[in-house]
Design a protein around this ligand. Structure first.
Ligand SMILES: C[S@@+](CC[C@H](N)C(=O)[O-])C[C@H]1O[C@@H](n2cnc3c(N)ncnc32)[C@H](O)[C@@H]1O
Length: 205
């Protein structure tokens, strides 16, 4: 989906994702657990400078903002940015396509935590790896990147889920597979939180 598609989805986004999670429906089954896990991880860190990649309506980051975090972010949907600013007027939010990089203002900082929830599956695997290398370079020494998304331990797990989902499966989305990301980032960790989603934790060492 492009930025116009996300603009159209923006006003209905929180409701439709909430419903999908409550009903345990792919792709948002486990959404709340994924966000809660990341929320707790970010707040347990003594540093509170957070970068959110594809923040959407600010569901996660607005809660972090309310708890004293300084929020930076990039998203390519103007409408998502407007809705996020309503919740976080003092956040530093930038418009731009992260498949081609990050705003200069964002690459000049270092972050305690970097979050990306349900946003990176729009990238190819090569684009994901390039972006993760860039994000690692923007992380403070003891910082952590949290990726919450549809994700699986093995490709077989994903194929099994795809068969179960039938025509609900979205072939346009490219999900993280732990065993395969580990080849490039051996230090990455994965916690499966629903049959189709979980949190990836990536640090510099
Ligand atoms: C499914 S929403 C997730 C929003 C939020 N992180 C959440 O967990 O609810 C994906 C978000 O990523 C943004 N996005 C997707 N691809 C993008 C890209 N290439 N560059 C910038 N933003 C992108 C969309 O505009 C949208 O706000």
């Amino acid at each position: 989906m492009n930025n116009v598609g996300f603009d159209l989805w923006a006003d209905d986004y929180d409701k439709s994702v909430g419903l999908s999670d409550e009903e345990g429906v792919y792709p948002f089954a486990g959404y709340r657990d994924v966000l809660n896990k990341i929320y707790a991880g970010v707040l347990s860190h003594f540093g509170k400078v957070v970068l959110d990649i594809g923040f959407g309506t600010g569901t996660l980051t607005s809660k972090l903002y309310e708890n004293g975090c300084e929020i930076y972010g990039q998203d390519f949907s103007d409408r998502m940015i407007e809705l996020a600013y309503e919740k976080m007027p003092k956040a530093h939010l930038f418009q731009g396509d992260f498949s081609v990089g990050l705003a200069d203002e964002l690459t000049q900082n270092k972050y305690d935590s970097i979050t990306a929830t349900y946003s990176l599956h729009h990238l190819t695997d090569v684009q994901k790896i390039d972006l993760l290398h860039l994000l690692l370079s923007l992380l403070k020494d003891d910082g952590c990147i949290y990726i919450g998304d549809v994700g699986f331990t093995t490709r077989k797990d994903m194929e099994d889920c795809k068969i179960q989902m039938g025509n609900k499966w979205d072939d346009d989305e490219i999900y993280f597979i732990f065993d395969e990301v580990k080849i490039t980032f051996p230090q990455i960790e994965f916690e499966q939180l629903s049959y189709c989603a979980g949190v990836f934790y990536l640090k510099n060492q």
